[in-house]
Design a protein around this ligand. Structure first.
Ligand code: RI2
Length: 310
């Protein structure tokens, strides 16, 4: 798949999940670099920069995409010729993809320690990182049951229950509006992340903040699973995360409602740090209030500088 096709697939959500879009973007840049046939360094750089922009613009909310592209392009301004730049991009992309895979595995190991046998977990949408935690606990022989929300309008909950069923984890699908009613049977909520802000707020699939409110009210711990490349250096500069609004046709067939009725389809929302018990990252389980530290230590001052340049 060429870079434009990857960007289109991210936009149409054939490629989805904040981690997967990040890995796919890094690989798309690597392929674009490998396929460049000329020997003009300036032209090559320009093509890569255009590719970078196309990927970043494919979905606006998940910072994983921006971080992946930045990390893949890092050091490219000092390359002396086409070959050196090509090799740098390929090495950066490979390192990022490996890092991402290891991070999801590590999060599974760390997060699973918070799940005890006999627990009922509620998860929202379809997060590889969150499911990694649940499946790791199950693989450790713990008796875990899961409530999975449907996650309208895309119904990623169906992917979640299929994945859990294949792993042998008993799961029950519920509609999104059943969350507060079901919460009395839940011991812990485990969700993924599209972006973690420097103030510890979580940006994740629409409805996450309602799940967090219901969990907070019922004193059920709310755990977020996020690789460190899901933390946002842009938010350090006070930037607000753009919440993607998708086509209303994803929510309802326009022929079923009067023409004067407006339909909105925001696909992410923000959960403040106060409703988050902890964030499981590949470098450990942290308080949401340590988000700024994670940005500085794991993504580096360089990323904060790059974010200010955008
Ligand atoms: P992993 C998804 O977004 C969901 O919001 C999910 O919680 C998040 O990405 C993280 O997923 P979308 O692409 O990276 O379905 O943990 O809009 O797989």
């Amino acid at each position: 798949m060429g870079l434009i096709e990857v960007a289109d697939s991210i936009k149409s959500m054939e490629i989805r999940g904040a981690g997967l879009i990040a890995r796919s973007a890094a690989e798309a840049l690597k392929r674009q670099a490998q396929e460049y046939r000329g020997d003009d360094l300036g032209e090559f750089r320009q093509q890569l920069n255009e590719g970078r922009r196309t990927l970043i613009d494919s979905r606006p909310t998940a910072i994983s995409l921006w971080n992946a592209v930045q990390i893949t392009m890092r050091g490219s301004s000092s390359a002396k010729d086409v070959e050196e730049l090509r090799e740098l991009i390929a090495a950066n992309a490979d390192a990022f993809v490996q890092r991402s895979g290891r991070a999801v595995e590590m999060i599974g190991r760390i997060g699973s320690k918070r799940l005890r046998s006999g627990m009922t977990v509620l998860t929202h949408c379809n997060s590889k990182a969150a499911l990694g935690v649940i499946k790791a606990a199950h693989a450790d022989g713990k008796d875990i049951k899961v409530y999975a929300t449907e996650s309208r309008p895309w119904r990623q909950g169906l992917l979640t229950v299929r994945d859990l069923s294949a792993a042998g984890v008993p799961s029950t699908l519920i509609i999104d509006s059943a969350v507060r009613w079901i919460m009395k049977e839940v011991d812990v909520v485990v969700v993924g992340a599209d972006t973690i802000c420097s103030n510890g707020a979580l940006i994740n699939k629409i409805g996450t903040s309602q799940v967090a409110l219901a969990a907070s009210e019922a004193r059920v711990p709310f755990i977020v699973c996020a690789e460190t490349y899901k933390f946002s250096p842009k938010t350090v500069h006070g930037e607000l995360v753009e919440i993607e609004e998708r086509d209303a046709g994803e929510v309802v067939n326009p022929r079923l409602i009067p023409a004067d009725v407006r339909v909105r389809n925001p696909v992410f929302d923000a959960t403040p740090a106060e409703h988050i018990d902890s964030i499981v990252t590949e470098v450990g389980l942290i308080s949401p209030y340590a988000a700024y530290e994670v940005i500085v230590r794991e993504l580096g001052q360089e990323s904060i500088f790059e974010a200010s340049e955008e």
